[in-house]
Design a binder for this molecule. Sequence first.
Ligand SMILES: Nc1ncnc2c1ncn2[C@@H]1O[C@H](COP(=O)(O)OP(=O)(O)OP(=O)(O)O)[C@@H](O)[C@H]1O
Ligand SMILES: [Mg+2]
Length: 320
Amino acid sequence: MLAVGPNGVGKTNLLESLHVATQGFSPRTRTDAQLIRFGASAARVAVRGHRATTPVEIELVLETGVAKRAKLNGAALRTAEQLRGETATLVFTPDRLGVIKGAPAARRAYFDRVLGRLAPARAHLPAEYGAAIAQRNAALRLRSNALSAWTEQVADLGTQLVAARKEALAAIAPPFAERAGELGLADAELRYDGEPPTVAALEARLERDLERGITSVGPHLHDVVVAAGPRELRSYGSQGEQRLAMLALLLGEAELIAERRGFAPLLLLDDVLSELDPARRRILAGRIQQGGQALITATDAAMLPWEPDQLVEVGHGTAR
Ligand SMILES: Nc1ncnc2c1ncn2[C@@H]1O[C@H](COP(=O)(O)OP(=O)(O)OP(=O)(O)O)[C@@H](O)[C@H]1O
Ligand SMILES: [Mg+2]
């Protein structure tokens, strides 16, 4: 489906509402109040569709000052975030390029979400490890007796987290390389940069860490190198190549999700066509048409080098 309209009419709003309705949160902001129309006190999104062959109806309501509520096929969910376990949605927005070109923290956050989607049983690890680091840092600053217990905890959870991240990378790397190659980015690679933290490694840094009050080794400082052959794309990729790498990550993950969960994720692609040459747009089209459902936004229908199944013309407050 292609959503077209001039700048500022609400194409991204439409795309965002589909993310909120299918995942329970916005890809842009954690402040749900921003999603409610200016001057209004509540917002509602309702979607109807299929997950594989099962009909799915979701209704989500946001109200200022009240926790958001979601219903799946008429039954209230405990939290709107539970939608994540029920439907799968992957989103590309121009901000996402930060995953390729931004600081390591952006990549860690992204790949930890990939990890959560591919291995839901271990989705809690990044937050649990983060909490252990916070506790250890507090113990360092207070020079508390609890320090050695938190050192062990950091080593243990950190080792589990590194293993889980490496496994997620090993799963996504082949489809990523394949999709990247198809889009003209040869020898694309994902490399984990970091070692599991051991108690010995943590203690070797103890003097320094006590002085500074922070833990200076562990997966909270690791990175994932996204490269094409010998070139690290963060520093040496062109704008278009960085976009292709991000798309290849998304398409690679979409394939894995389809394989593992038995249904293809909904793809939301905001402003994906700009900066891509016509040949690459056609390749992207071919790939998208092979499975699942996709919503693409553009300011001009001519940017899409193929006929969409559905064309939505977005105007101020309208979609036709
Ligand atoms: N909570 C809100 N209530 C009302 N309007 C809002 C709200 N949040 C954002 N807007 C406005 O909605 C308008 C449409 O934004 P949107 O990002 O969807 O446009 P777009 O069609 O994607 O434009 P572009 O082609 O430039 O990407 C913007 O002018 C924005 O300021
Ligand atoms: Mg937009």
